[in-house]
Design a protein around this ligand. Structure first.
Ligand code: GLN
Length: 485
């Protein structure tokens, strides 16, 4: 069996028993990147020397038997908006093209102390705004299942590296769907955790009331392993919550879902959903039922307002967060300007791409006096209604079952001139961020030879039930094991 076939869980077992070394495993991944990333273009930066050093350190730990975690020696990749000390962190933007953070994000700090090996930083839509990774200021990433198609976004690089076996685990971020949508497009498993369950210290901000870092992996079991390491309270992030968390890696070992109540929002399965994807979802529903789960109909009637509310709230927060990039502190500066206003204008015009500028303009407009009540405040009220809708639905069930995306991965270039149709790829995911809930996407079939994803939405801080349900499904299906040619 090739080293690349092993899941993170399996590789971890072999590392622990010293059947393989982290240097061998890391070397195999670096070779794979060398061989294939010219086509996939998932990495913005590969760190061969650093990775081999970290692998050597992990091998020493494994030899001594001290401080070993399930991730010791496991090669991982990080979306390029997670700050890494001494390593460029661009956020997919020309604005931050040469930015070298002086500190580490907490998630990376945790992974580093767990002994994980950093292979590199992955491509993304600029400032995480997008659904296809075509908004990267550098180059688009391709979908490993069909390189004429997009991998989804904004965490497209982090999804593609898993599908193309260019990393064992990765981290993405999800503001409106950016972990789950690319996970669905690339046939992998991706978890958007509850707002507040993972530290965002060192995450470059897009929309602070929605952003969340989360894991991407081959299956739910691997997802649980990395979630164990990154979740939990961080005193450096005032929005992170202290809560009692189980060992997720244990919960997925022998997953049982007999008696689980799964909510089925009928209106998510109507018009606009690709028939091939719907067929896969109906089969997945039957599989979950055969495992002992019981489906109950729930109503999420505000869903139709989720996308409009999101596209007011997220740009509003972005317009405020991105005000810091003005050429005066860090990031790109256009030189030779006659005064500071000209320097601001020229630096921002040159540093930001089209979509980012569109969002800043929308957000600034929605927040301006005279429009604030009509747009921003209204959107916040809608957000409360959506949250209440979920609360009501969860009186009847433990998790909610929906599609992740309305259609499979689209062609590169297909939606670049039509922002609204691009925004629609997040129709099933954004409400989860607005409500602050956790959601997982897992592969459930291959209509037209492209991956389809099912989404499970959970109660706040109940990632355990999501991981358990996805893991149970994966014990009797093998969609998550299929890999692109
Ligand atoms: N596609 C959505 C957007 O463009 C969500 C992005 C995200 O989750 N980061 O805003």
């Amino acid at each position: 069996m090739s080293l690349l076939e092993l899941t993170a869980y399996e590789a971890g077992e072999k590392l622990k028993s010293r059947e393989i070394s982290s240097k061998e495993l890391t070397g195999a991944y670096l070779d794979r990147i060398e061989q294939i990333d010219g086509t996939i273009r998932a990495y913005l930066k590969v760190l061969p020397e650093k990775a081999m050093e970290m692998a050597e350190a992990a091998d020493k730990k494994l030899a001594s038997g001290e401080n070993i975690t399930p991730l010791t020696g496991i090669p991982i990749a990080l979306k390029d908006l997670i700050c890494t000390k001494g390593i460029t962190t661009t956020c997919g933007s020309a604005m931050l093209a040469g930015f070298v953070p002086p500190y580490n994000a907490t998630v990376y700090e945790n992974l580093e102390s767990a002994g994980a090996v950093l292979l590199g930083k992955t491509n993304m839509d600029e400032f995480a705004m997008g659904s296809s990774t075509e908004n990267s200021a550098f180059f688009p990433t391709t979908n490993p299942w069909d390189t004429t198609r997009v991998p989804g976004g904004s965490s497209g690089g982090s999804a593609a590296v898993i599908a193309a076996k260019e990393a064992l685990l990765s981290l993405g971020s999800d503001t409106g769907g950016s972990i789950r949508q690319p996970a669905a497009f690339c046939g992998i498993t991706g978890l958007k955790p509850t707002y507040g369950s993972v530290s965002r210290y060192g995450l470059i901000a897009f929309a602070s009331s929605l952003d969340q870092i989360g894991p991407m992996a081959r299956d739910a079991k691997d997802t649980a392993l990395i979630f164990d390491i990154i979740s939990g309270h961080d005193p450096k992030d005032s929005t992170s919550v202290s809560y009692e968390k189980p060992v997720y890696g244990e919960i997925v070992k022998n997953p049982q879902i007999k008696g689980l109540k799964i909510g089925y929002p009928v209106n998510f399965f109507g018009e606009g959903l690709d028939p091939g994807i719907n067929e896969c979802l109906q089969n997945a529903k039957a599989t979950l039922e055969s495992l002992g789960a019981e489906f109950v109909e729930v109503e999420l009637s505000t869903i139709g307002y989720a996308l409009p509310a999101y596209y007011i709230i997220a740009p509003s927060e972005a317009s405020s967060n991105l005000a810091r990039y003005d050429g005066s502190r860090y990031g790109l500066r256009v030189e030779g300007c006659s005064d500071i206003v000209e320097m601001y204008k020229k630096s921002r015009r040159k540093g930001f791409g089209k979509e980012v500028i569109r969002r800043i303009m929308t957000g600034t407009y929605a927040l301006s006096s005279g429009y604030y009540d009509a747009y921003y405040l209204k959107a916040q009220k809608v957000r409360t209604l959506i949250k209440q809708d979920f609360e009501k639905a969860f009186e009847k069930c433990d998790v909610i079952f929906t599609p992740t995306t309305p259609a499979p991965a689209f062609k590169i270039g297909e939606k670049t001139d039509d922002p609204i149709s691009m925004y629609l790829s997040d129709i099933y995911t954004v409400s989860v961020n607005l409500a602050g809930l956790p959601g997982i996407s897992a592969p459930c079939g291959f209509p037209d030879n492209l991956p389809a994803g099912m989404q499970l939405i959970g109660k706040a801080f109940d990632e355990a039930t999501l991981l358990k349900t996805a893991a149970a499904y994966q014990t009797v299906t093998d969609f998550h094991k299929k890999m692109p040619k």
